[in-house]
Design a protein around this ligand. Structure first.
Ligand SMILES: [Zn+2]
Length: 163
């Protein structure tokens, strides 16, 4: 079990589009195991490679009964709309209301390199979208109106300065 250090806003790696995963080997499986350990330790429901300082298109999640590894993820379909609280381990879990599609279909490769598609709704769909965004160098605060984004960043910096 290895817990990695979580990269926090405004780390450059979080704003950088990840490189594709090309090797599906023991090293990747070990990395994914570390990512699950790190995610559970931080009590998160998803974690993407850029959040542990690796510019790679890879995430793990365990949310609403959906536990998976997604390499080279893409969102191929969305439907509807939901508005709800969202937070991020890289932004101190400070919650903000984000409008997202209600349903999302993820296309990705598992740790063996096999492609799969998975549809989710509600909270799990939100996780698909949030984690795929990380692989594209995008944070949930990038979806917020300017003022609300500034408020989250301000609160995060304040909480950090207390630690
Ligand atoms: Zn996040």
């Amino acid at each position: 079990m290895a817990i990695r250090k979580i990269s926090e806003y405004p780390a450059e790696v979080l704003a950088t589009r990840g490189e594709p995963v090309t090797e599906f080997n023991d090293e990747l499986a070990a990395l994914c195991a570390d990512m699950f350990d790190t995610m559970y330790d931080a009590e998160g429901v998803g974690l993407a490679a850029p959040q542990i300082g690796l510019s790679l298109r890879l995430f793990v999640m365990d949310c609403d009964g959906i536990k998976l590894i997604a390499a080279n993820p893409e969102i191929i379909r969305t439907n509807g709309e939901q508005s709800g609280h969202e937070g991020c381990l890289s932004v101190g879990k400070i919650p903000a209301v984000v409008v997202r599609p209600l349903k999302a279909t993820l296309r990705a490769q598992n740790e063996k390199g096999e492609w799969f598609e998975r549809e989710a709704e509600g909270y799990a769909a939100r996780a698909f979208l949030h984690e795929t965004d990380h692989c594209d160098g995008k944070l949930f605060i990038d979806h917020l109106p300017r003022l609300r984004r500034d408020m989250v960043v301000k609160r995060f910096k304040k909480e950090k300065s207390w630690k």
